[in-house]
Design a protein around this ligand. Structure first.
Ligand code: ADP
Length: 419
């Protein structure tokens, strides 16, 4: 702005000077030196110079003390072409002089000059109101920016990260809040899961210790009696049998715990293979035959070859545990039937049914819990650990299979596995 304004004002001053000079030249040509008498000059300075450069008249200085003007730029131009102009800074640097000169018909030269404020003067003086406005604008901007940003940030500061939807915030932030909310819910769920797991483990450890303590007490008590010679020789066999049974039970329990923790921590051979579940069931029934014979329980297998992808050891454990229960909780002369169905929409199905004591409705939901036994003493008597069906549940989970239990008290139970 300053530069544009500066050049504009310079141009208009030169034009004005030129016009004035036309009048002065005319006047001097007509009247000679008399023209300058009583002349009102205002901000202009007039100099009349001879062809040799000496000054005839000057409105601002004494002509006798003035130096030769031939070397002045505007004079040189005027001598050469009839018209000349130039500008020069004064010592203060804040003002400069503009000169225009014209050669008259008699060869003398009329020069008019005036002062113009320099570009620095304009920068400092003319535009200082603009600086004030500029400063005020900056101050105002800062104040507005502060209060605006405070207002913008306020709803964000009032937000409760643990419950992002509790405070109304910006519409634009809704997707973010949705995500935060979702994460909070997930975090809460994870926390609950961790707490549940911790409780679960604590309960499990307590149960394990309890389950181990009972047989250990029996073993240590009985062996102490024997060591102190307090057992009649005819009772020794009975005592030894009890010790043997209890230690078997302990070893079963430890085996089950190891199996369960393997399934729990995922330390199982995950490589699945193609398995004929019919052959696998046949093997299970073969290994349980002697146990079934003791109770005169018949074991039957129905169906045909049926292949599925699975982990052999785990599948064997699943079928073994269910069949073992079907024998354990059966009646004398009862039966166990294992059916393999391969027809229904290609999903293999194994149904294990027995003619045993059955399970009450309210117990069915709980039998897969660790250490849950409907009849503790009967389970103990049968060498049960209360972990068999938990192992089944985990094993089925690894195979993405489901299990349903149907049972009628005193009539029998059906365990239906869908792979
Ligand atoms: P356990 O080692 O006591 O057999 P399980 O986890 O295998 O433990 O079974 C849990 C409980 O479920 C058993 O104690 C028993 O009361 C009940 N149960 C399991 N299978 C049968 C069944 N076929 N008939 C009747 N009750 C059963």
């Amino acid at each position: 702005m300053t530069i544009t304004f500066y050049y504009y004002s310079k141009d208009s001053q030169i034009n004005q000077l030129k016009n004035e000079m036309q009048l002065v030249s005319r006047g001097v040509e007509l009247e000679g030196i008399d023209y300058f008498d009583d002349l009102e000059l205002g901000e202009f300075r007039i100099t009349w110079i001879k062809t040799d450069g000496s000054v005839i008249y000057d409105s601002a200085a004494d002509t006798s003390s003035m130096e030769n003007h031939l070397e002045r730029e505007e004079i040189k131009q005027a001598i050469e072409s009839g018209y000349g102009e130039s500008s020069r800074y004064s010592n203060t640097m804040l003002q400069q002089y503009i000169y225009v000169a014209q050669k008259l018909d008699d060869g003398t030269i009329i020069r008019l000059s005036t002062t113009q404020n320099s570009i620095w003067y304009m920068l400092i003086k003319v535009f200082y109101p603009i600086y004030i406005v500029f400063l005020l604008a900056i101050i105002l901007s800062i104040v507005i920016a502060f209060s605006l940003s405070k207002k913008i940030v306020e709803p964000l500061n009032n937000m409760d990260i643990s419950d992002p939807k509790s405070v109304k915030c910006y519409k634009e932030l809704e997707p973010l809040l949705e995500r935060l909310n979702y994460q909070q819910i997930q975090l809460k769920k994870d926390k609950e899961e961790i707490e549940k797991n911790a409780n679960f483990r604590q309960e499990f450890t307590a149960n394990v210790s309890h389950e181990l303590k009972t047989p250990l007490h029996v073993i240590s008590g009985y062996s102490e009696l024997m060591k102190n010679g307090m057992v009649q020789s005819e009772d020794i066999k009975k005592f030894a049998e009890t010790i043997y049974n209890e230690s078997r039970r302990m070893s079963n329990l430890v085996e089950d715990i190891i199996e369960l923790s393997k399934l729990d921590t995922g330390v199982v051979e995950v490589k699945k293979e193609r398995i004929d579940i019919y052959i696998l069931c046949q093997n299970v029934l073969d290994s349980l035959q002697s146990v079934a014979d003791e109770k005169n329980i018949s074991l039957k297998l129905r169906g045909s070859s049926c292949f599925l992808m699975g982990i052999p050891n785990i599948l064997y454990g699943i079928i073994y545990n269910i069949c073992d229960n079907a024998i354990k909780y059966n009646k004398k002369n009862g039966s166990v039937l294992v059916e393999i169905n391969n027809t229904a929409n290609l999903h293999p199905q194994v149904i294990i049914s027995d003619t045993g004591i059955g399970i009450a409705k309210e117990d069915i939901e709980r039998i897969f819990e660790r250490f849950y036994r409907v009849d503790k003493s009967r389970s103990r008597e049968m060498g049960g650990t209360g972990l068999g069906l938990s192992i089944v549940k985990h094993g089925l989970l690894i195979h993405k299979a489901t299990i349903n239990v149907e049972s009628t008290l005193n009539e029998g139970s059906r365990f239906i596995i869908n792979f």
